[in-house]
Design a protein around this ligand. Structure first.
Ligand code: BGP
Length: 478
């Protein structure tokens, strides 16, 4: 038996991509609400106002706001004992600056958590998943301003106190390391520099972006300390997007290039959140980017005293790294690297690499010795619904099966893996393209890229398969 008896099996979502109800119950507009739809070939746009004639897919999401009971019942039917979801900050503080929280927003999550607990499903809550109140972008250029630290901590205090007996597992920021990429400037850090419209090609100021990321790291550490003070039983974790890579050849120069990629992309933030200080290679990075981080006196102690209890990450794909920039590129989750001839790719060009997950789990556990959780993984694919309402998604089953297999191998290698929440367990809006048709779910949502459809739910073949996997605690993957 490789998976522990109390292994956490479930699925993951994010408020901005899943809830809809963007202006209901007193909610304010979030950064995600200002993003139009796009596709694999045409980028999403960021607009400062809602422009007529453009479609904003996050406004409707998958309508969880109105259908949470039905969805949580479906999760319970699959046997979930954990459900990763996020709280929309702008539901609690519509502009982010109010003195008092929005009671209707708080009540919504009370109802959601109660529904989860009714079925024995543990909520795993991301406090900020790629969204902040848009007002904070307008007023402060998002996390570029240090003001955001206190505003975030105020928001944390409200939700920690309110849900302290309902929620035990918390993640401070989704994929915090995406702030190391120009693309993460807006949707991860809320920075909107003059002239940005194309979301894939923002006006980027590395100095501002790394300073903003420092603010998030300080805010995360403060939240950890505060959470533990409010309820010592809280488990508060970090969440890193693992951009797994290999050296393209055994040329030592490629190997060093790849080492730098792991440090710069994957370890920079996690090292701070787990170890409480910036790693040695941060100096090399700042120098290369000509960045100087302004730190306050107290920051060192805050980071030191706010280290996380567990480490979570997303894993979808891998790519190759080389000093030769003329190689064939692939597109991927937020970043593109070079093509790996041993791997196949999804229809969106994400290279499928289950062994890379075993490799990653071993690397992370060796580095941190903290309990690990895979909180996102999955295959974005087009699904077709048959006339009888069935969906034959054997490609998704194949992808998930292979990744669960290598998770089992990593556990046998000695890794302390405590949970698995595949992404978009019920179909939702894609972050990179804004499409609805890029689906990850076990449950099909009848909605198209322009929010056309009934939004009714249908069980895919993978629904029945995952239910069996959970029932067998990962021992039977057929
Ligand atoms: C991660 C994000 C998720 C999610 C996922 C899949 O980076 O944390 O929010 O959307 O990627 O990406 P996409 O939606 O672009 O297919």
């Amino acid at each position: 038996m490789s998976f522990k008896k109390d292994f956490l099996w479930g699925g993951a979502t994010a408020a901005n991509q899943y809830e809809g109800g963007w202006n209901e119950g007193g909610k304010g507009p979030s950064t995600a609400d200002m993003m139009t739809n796009g596709s694999h070939t045409s980028p999403r746009m960021v607009t400062r106002t809602i422009e007529a004639g453009l479609h904003y897919p996050n406004h409707t999401g998958s309508d969880f706001y109105h259908r949470y009971k039905e969805d949580i019942a479906l999760m319970a039917e699959m046997g979930f004992n954990v459900f990763r979801l996020s709280i929309a900050w702008a539901r609690i503080f519509p502009k982010g600056i109010e003195d008092e929280p929005n009671e209707a927003g708080l009540q919504f999550y009370d109802a959601v958590f109660d529904e989860c607990l009714k079925y024995g499903i543990e909520p795993l809550v991301t406090i900020s998943h790629y969204e902040s109140p848009f007002y904070l972008t307008e007023k402060y250029n998002g996390w570029a301003s240090r003001e955001l630290i206190d505003l975030y901590v105020k928001y944390c205090e409200v939700i920690f106190r309110r849900y302290k007996d309902k929620v035990k597992y918390w993640l401070t920021f989704n994929e915090i390391n995406c702030g190391t990429r120009p693309l993460g400037g807006y949707y991860s850090l809320g920075i909107l520099n003059e002239g940005t419209r194309d979301f894939t090609n923002p006006v980027d100021i590395p100095q501002l972006r790394y300073q903003a990321l420092h603010h998030q790291l300080v805010a995360s550490a403060k939240a950890v300390q505060l959470g533990h003070a409010i309820n010592p039983n809280f488990k508060i974790g970090c969440m890193i997007a693992i951009m797994a890579s290999y050296a393209n050849t055994c040329d030592p120069k490629d190997v060093i290039e790849n080492q730098h990629n792991w440090q710069d992309s994957n370890y920079y933030c996690g090292d701070v959140q787990v170890r409480g200080e910036y790693p040695h290679f941060a100096k090399r990075m700042w120098k290369a980017l000509d960045v100087e981080i302004k730190m306050e006196e107290e920051d060192k102690d805050i980071l030191k005293n706010g280290t996380v209890d567990f480490y979570t990450f997303s894993y979808y794909m891998s790519y190759c790294v080389s000093t030769d920039q003329t190689l064939e590129k692939i597109s991927g989750n937020l970043i593109g690297g070079f093509k790996n001839p041993y791997l196949e790719a999804s229809e969106w060009g994400w290279q499928i690499d289950p062994d890379g997950l075993r490799y990653t789990l071993n690397e992370l556990y060796g580095r941190y010795q903290l309990p690990l959780m895979v909180v996102e993984n999955g295959l974005g694919a087009y699904d077709e619904i048959n006339e009888d309402g069935s969906i034959n998604d054997s490609y998704r089953i194949d992808y998930l099966k292979k990744h669960i297999e290598t998770m089992g191998q990593a556990i046998e290698d000695g890794v302390d893996l405590i949970g698995y929440t595949p992404w978009g367990c019920i179909d939702l809006v894609s972050v990179s393209t804004g499409e609805m048709k890029k689906r990850y779910g076990f449950v099909y949502v009848d909605a198209g890229d322009n929010a056309e459809g009934t939004f009714d739910r249908y069980k895919k073949d993978s629904f029945y398969w995952y239910k069996k996997v959970i029932a067998a605690n990962g021992e039977d993957l057929e």
